[in-house]
Structures are given as C-alpha cells and as structure tokens.
Design a protein around this ligand. Structure first.
Ligand code: SF4
Length: 748
C-alpha cells in the first residue's frame, strides 16, 4: 500500500534569469538541469496533469497542492503558464481541490501574470532574502548586478493583489543582521514568510562561525516576532509550535510526518525532493517519467519510501533525541554524509537549540498530555498518574465544550457557573466530569440538546457544595436530572423552579404527597474504598450500542452490588496492573437492558469518558473481563481526543480477525487496543483456575493473542498511521509479541 502524493512540484522552466550563488539547482553537485528542456512542453504538461489526476482518483485524495516551480517559472511565458494551469484545473476540478501556487524570483512579474494568476487561483510566493544588503549578498544577476529593485517592484505589485499574494521565502545567511532582515520582510506585509536553512550536507557544511550560529540568528527573529505579536505567519516557527503540541508540521524542514511531495521536471521525469541536488550528482533521479510510469510506481521508489519512514527511519542519535518528535532529524538532505542519510542533520546543534527554545516558550493547551503518558498508555496499560492526566484532559475538553455553549445560557446561569468555578471548583468539576455531561454538550452543540440543562449542571454543583438553590432548570422526559446528584421524577413542562434547602430537593410549589415529583438519589456500587456511580436515570446515558436499563429496583441493585464487589476483588487481586488505571478514571457503571439469552453485552461511548455500560453478566469473572475490556476503549478514546494516531482521510476497511465484517481503521485500532486487555485477562486466568476452566483460559489466551498480534500488524502495515500512531502501535505490538513468546511485556 503506497502513501499517496499530495504535493507536486512541477517545473515549468529549467533555467533562471538570476545566478544566486546559494541556489541548489545550479550551484551544487547535481547538474542534471543542463540536459533538461528549457520549457515544459504542452504535451508534457498534459501528461503531468493526467498522471496527477489518475493518482488522486485512485487514492480518493480530495485536496492537493501543486507548486509551479523552476528554475524561474515565469521564464516559461504567459501562454505556457496559462496552458499548464488550465490542464491541471481541467484534469482535477471539481473532484479534487487543487491549491495552485507558484514560487518565483519576481523579476518578470507583471500585471498580465497577476491577472493570469487571479484567473486560475494561483497563490504567488516570492524569494527575497531581506533588505537590499541581505538580498544582494546572493541574489544577483550573472553580471553581478543587484536584483533587489525588481523583486521589490514585484512584491509591491502583489501587495495590491492580496488575493494572490502568498508570501516571501527567505534563505538565511547568518552574515545578515537578523532583525534588519525580519523588519525588511515584515514591512512588505507578507501573509506568510518562511526561513530556509541554506542547503548543506555533512560533506559540504554550511558556513558558520559558531555551532549554533543559525539557531542564534533564528531565535533573534523568533523573539522579535513574538514581541511584535506574530504579525505574519512564519512557517518554520509555527511548525515547531505545532509539533510541540502534537500536531502536524507544516514543513518538510521539521517533524516526523511522511513526505508526500514529488518533483516533476520540465521533461516529465519524476524526481525526489529538489534539495537533494546538493548531495551528489543524480541524487534526485528516480528513472521514472510521466510518459511511462504512473505515480503509484514512483510512490514505491526506495528514495520516496526513505522519506516516509517516520521515527524508525532516523539515525540512532535522532531516535534517542528528546526533541525528535518536533525535529524529525531536520530536512532529509541535510543528513547526507559520505553516501548515507543515516545521520542527524548537519544543522543538529542549531535545530536542538532552536526547537528546545521554541518548545519551552510554547504554551500547550491545557488538555494536552506529555509524551511519556502517551508512551505508557501505548503499552496497553497506563498507571494511575497517566489515567489522571487523561481525566484532566477530558475535564479541560468539557470546560471548552461548556464555554462554547455560553451564548445559549439562560440569564444569570453563566454568571452562576463562573461563581461556582471560583468558589466551589471541586463541586463543579465533579459534575462536569460526569460522563454523560459531555454527551449532552456535544449533542447540544450539534443542535440536538437543550442548553437549559446548563442550569441543571449549576444546580447539581451547588447541591454538592452544600449551597441552597432556587433555579430555573430543564425538565427532560418528565424528570429533572441533576448529574451526579439524582433525579426528580414526575415533573411537567420544559422548565421548572428547583429548590434545594438543607438536603430537601423539590420543585417550587409542590410538597410531599399530592403527586409531587419523587426524589431518586444517585446510587453507587462499591468494594472497599472504591465505588462507582450506578447510572440508571440520566437521559443522556442512552448513547451506547445497546439500550440502557430503566431505574433498577432494590433487588436488581443488590445483584449489581454483589457482582461488582466480587469482580473488583478479582481485579485487585489478579489484575493489579488494570486496577490502578480503573481507579484513576472509571467513575460510572451504566446498566444496560438485558441482552438476548446467553449473550454478554457491554459498551462504551466515545464521548462518555469514565463510563462503562453492561448488562449484568452471569458471573463476576465475566464482569471483571467486561470492565477491563471496555475500559481499554475508554482510554484509547481519550487518547484519540488529543492526538492524531492515523490519517482521518483513510476510508479503507480492514480485516479484524475477530469479526466477519471489515472495519474502518479507527474500529480496528479500538478493537486491537481493547483486546490487549482481553488477551491479558486470559493470560492471567490460565494460572488462576484449574481443570476445564484452565483449558478454556488457555484456548482463549491463544486465540486472542493471535488475533491481537495479527491486528497490530494490519495497523502497522496500513501506512495510514501518523508518526505518533506508528510509535503507539509499535508499543502495543511489543506487549503482545512478548506474551506470545511466553515472556512478560518489556515494561511489566
Ligand atoms: S536535534 Fe539533532 S539529534 Fe535531535 S532529532 Fe534533530 S537532527 Fe536528530
């Protein structure tokens, strides 16, 4: 399975009207430009468009970037540029969104080009190294004449055309004064700027007077950019900030994302990333071209795959580096030394200093968790502290959801919640942490729930804090529900005035008897010092795969209590590695309606972190298994709330060994993670029971171990995982592989 290309650098012209001495096309090892046609032909452009269209159709890619490049692309002339853009749009619109860009030195830019770009929706980036002195240090004509005035004229033209002005690209020279360069660029009001480290390898290192000269230069700019309130987008800095937050990089220069870029030259030959030209003569060549080869063939080329290997493909030094998730070993080309790319970047010291500094200054959103926690959860387990971090992240998420509902809050309710947050935060957070509060909030934001329920949340928090309440609250299904507190059953209308005084909770104007609503407090099941809410009243609990049970009578409640007590004793004794995680985040057990005869049913809901739902199984050991199994789903769901472990645009279906129907990737991921718990349950059970039960436990262990290991292989081979996802799945796999080999998991 190949990773489809999403970015195409299409060369329109192989020569340039400038002779910049830092240019990777003409001034470095690879001299292949000498043998290329100067201008892309109409026939080649047609094949390029057809190949790209064929590729995106085959892979269901719905958005791509095409960058028209060179040499200097404007040398191709207005007509050819028009033809190329038209070919691309005709081949791709409307099935695939085509984001067209052009990167130019600006020398030939004129009104006619601008009109052409506007007509075809082409975004224009101009290469400019700063003020006149900085720019003239490298960006000159072959005669030595300055190009500065022409470039500025081009940028001024673009400033009058904001619809096509994309930004500026600056190659760093540490001999230039960083703030002068920054200010010169800023003055031109580019929507986006990028700073490029000069192309270099270990064999041909950059000029520098200290090991971190480039980091120091960039940090001066970074600090000024921050102090100025980040007036323009700076791709390198934003990529570091994004990767520090666990998001995808915007640039190949940093990050662990697989490269999805391919270059197509003026003769239609496919080339690897252009910057490889600095490594050795012929380095970017693939031997493939648009006339004879489909892009899928190119996607399987070792040179392409080498830039898609994520963490595993990096040098040992990089793999052990604490900032590797942000750095990713830097630009592939910069790693080249003596015929090999298995090295850190030649800019390693610069990258380490720059990224460490920017990361330290990056404010992580409150609901992010450290990588160490992610690694711990990826083993299939996760200690109490890890689960508490997930729970904290969930709380942060719920606060964000509640905040989004603020415009819908009834008069005074938002102010009341704010006061509760200030003076009775623990009580408010206990209510917000109730699993079905998020289910309601998500439905409400989707236009399906009642925002008046915000008042019920406030009322529940007030009651928990021991405060008196007189508040207009929502009635749902003939009852007033107060999450984590209880339910007043038998209420009429859309809203009623709730009164709570000294433990007496009623609807205003009603009294004991005379059909007054019945107060049904929340009940719990427990064992020793651990207890769970037994949620059998909240209307938002009806979000599981199976329908919930109605309010339990006393005998059913006792049966749940007995079964839970025995199940929890078993978990604490035999499965302590899960007990600590369950204690950290499981708060609620939701009884489901009885299943068809002989069937154990259980479920979790993605938005109900902290809840496991089940029909009462026949024996406590099965309840223990259901709790362990379902809680794995709870954990992974919370991880997926925070991190992209796989590409969301992967629509393929995968075989899950335990099902007859193929599953989407998330379903396979969830099932695999959950079955680590199931496998471990039976692995331990083999040593606890005897006789026929032991034989069954052994069989179940062998079955689930095989299934789960196979599924981790399917996930790993899907090529749909993000670098974080690859790392996560690799750890899952290590756990199960050790069990299959009869060993303990490496982290036990
Ligand atoms: S800072 Fe150096 S060692 Fe660390 S990932 Fe980047 S290149 Fe590799």
């Amino acid at each position: 399975m190949v990773t489809p290309f999403r970015q195409f650098i299409v060369k329109l012209h192989s020569r340039c009207d400038l002779a910049c001495n830092h240019c990777y096309v003409y001034e470095h090892a690879d001299q292949s430009w000498r043998s290329r046609p100067k201008v892309i032909s109409a026939q080649t452009a047609g094949r390029v468009a057809a190949r790209i269209a064929e590729h995106v159709r085959q892979h269901g890619v719905d958005r791509i970037d095409v960058v028209l490049h060179g040499g200097e692309p404007l040398l191709a002339g207005h007509e050819r540029l028009d033809e190329v853009a038209r070919e691309l749009r005709d081949a791709l619109d409307p099935e695939c969104q085509l984001d067209l860009h052009i990167q130019t030195n600006g020398i030939l830019l004129d009104e006619r080009y601008c009109d052409l770009f506007a007509e075809h929706g082409i975004q224009v980036g101009v290469s400019l190294d700063g003020d006149r002195a900085a720019n003239d240090r490298h960006r000159r004509y072959a005669s030595g004449r300055s190009s500065y005035d022409q470039v500025i004229r081009a940028v001024e033209l673009l400033r009058k055309r904001p619809d096509i002005y994309a930004g500026l690209l600056c190659t760093i020279d540490v001999a230039n004064e960083p703030i002068t360069v920054y200010e010169a660029l800023r003055e031109l009001e580019p929507p986006r700027t990028d700073f490029l480290l000069p192309y270099a390898t270990w064999d041909s290192p950059p000029e520098r007077w200290s090991t971190t000269a480039y980091a120091d230069w960039l940090l001066a700019v970074f600090e000024r950019w921050n102090a100025d309130g980040r007036p323009m987008s700076v791709r390198l800095f934003e990529s570091i900030i994004r990767t520090a937050r666990g998001e995808a990089s915007l640039s190949e220069a940093v990050g662990l994302e697989p490269s999805t870029m391919i270059v197509i030259d003026t003769d239609g030959s496919y080339e690897l990333v252009d910057s490889l030209k600095v490594a050795y003569d012929g380095a970017p060549a693939t031997g493939y071209d648009v006339f004879r080869h489909a892009l899928d063939e190119v996607a399987a080329h070792p040179g392409v795959l080498a830039r898609q290997g994520g963490l595993e493909s990096l040098s040992a030094t990089c793999r052990a580096c604490p900032i590797v998730a942000s750095c990713g070993g830097g630009l592939y080309t910069h790693r080249f030394r003596a015929g090999s790319f298995d090295n850190p970047s030649v800019y390693c010291a610069d990258l380490f200093k720059l990224i460490s500094h920017v990361r330290d200054k990056t404010e992580l959103p409150a609901h992010k968790i450290p990588y160490a926690t992610l690694d711990s959860l990826a083993t299939g387990f996760g200690g109490a502290a890890d689960i508490e971090r997930l729970a904290d992240a969930q709380l942060s998420l719920r606060r964000a959801l509640i905040a989004a509902l603020r415009p819908h809050a009834a008069d005074g309710v938002w102010e009341l919640l704010t006061r509760l947050d200030r003076h009775h935060r623990e009580a408010l957070e206990a209510v917000l942490a109730h699993p079905y509060v998020r289910v309601w909030a998500v439905a409400c934001l989707g236009g399906e729930g009642e925002a008046t329920y915000l008042a019920n949340i406030a009322a529940a928090a007030l009651i928990r804090a021991g405060q008196d309440v007189t508040l207009q609250v929502a009635v749902e299904g003939g009852a007033v529900h107060l999450p984590t507190v209880g339910t007043l059953k038998g209420a009429d209308g859309g809203t009623v005035t709730l009164v709570a005084e000294a433990g007496d909770i009623r609807i205003e104007g009603t009294g004991p008897g005379h059909g007054a609503p019945e107060w049904l407090p929340v009940r719990t099941v427990g064992c020793g010092d651990f207890s769970l809410v037994l949620e059998d009243a909240d209307p938002h609990r009806d979000c599981h795969q199976w329908p919930p049970a109605d309010r339990l009578d006393e005998s059913a409640l006792s049966a749940w209590q007995r079964s839970f007590e025995a199940a929890w004793c078993l978990i604490e004794k035999e499965y302590p590695q899960y007990a600590q995680g369950l204690r950290g985040g499981l708060t609620t057990l939701t009884p489901l309606a009885s299943a068809p005869a002989g069937r154990d049913v259980s479920s979790t809901a993605r938005h109900a972190f902290g809840a496991v739902a089940a029909a009462l199984p026949g024996d406590p050991a099965t309840l223990a298994l259901l709790l362990i199994h379902e809680y794995q789903h709870v954990k992974l769901g919370a991880v997926l709330d925070l991190f992209d472990l796989f590409g969301k645009d992967d629509t393929r279906l995968y075989h899950a060994p335990w099902r007859t129907d193929p599953r989407p990737l998330e379903g396979l991921f969830q099932g695999t993670y959950a079955h680590i718990g199931v496998t471990d349950f039976w692995r331990t059970r083999r040593n606890v029971v005897r006789g026929a039960a032991q034989v069954k436990a052994q069989e179940e262990f062998a079955r689930w171990c095989g299934h789960t290991l196979a599924a981790t292989g399917t996930l790993a081979d899907s090529r749909a995982l993000t670098p974080l996802g690859e790392r996560f799945v690799a750890r899952m796999r290590q756990t199960v592989a050790a069990w299959q080999a009869g060993e303990e998991a490496p982290w036990s």
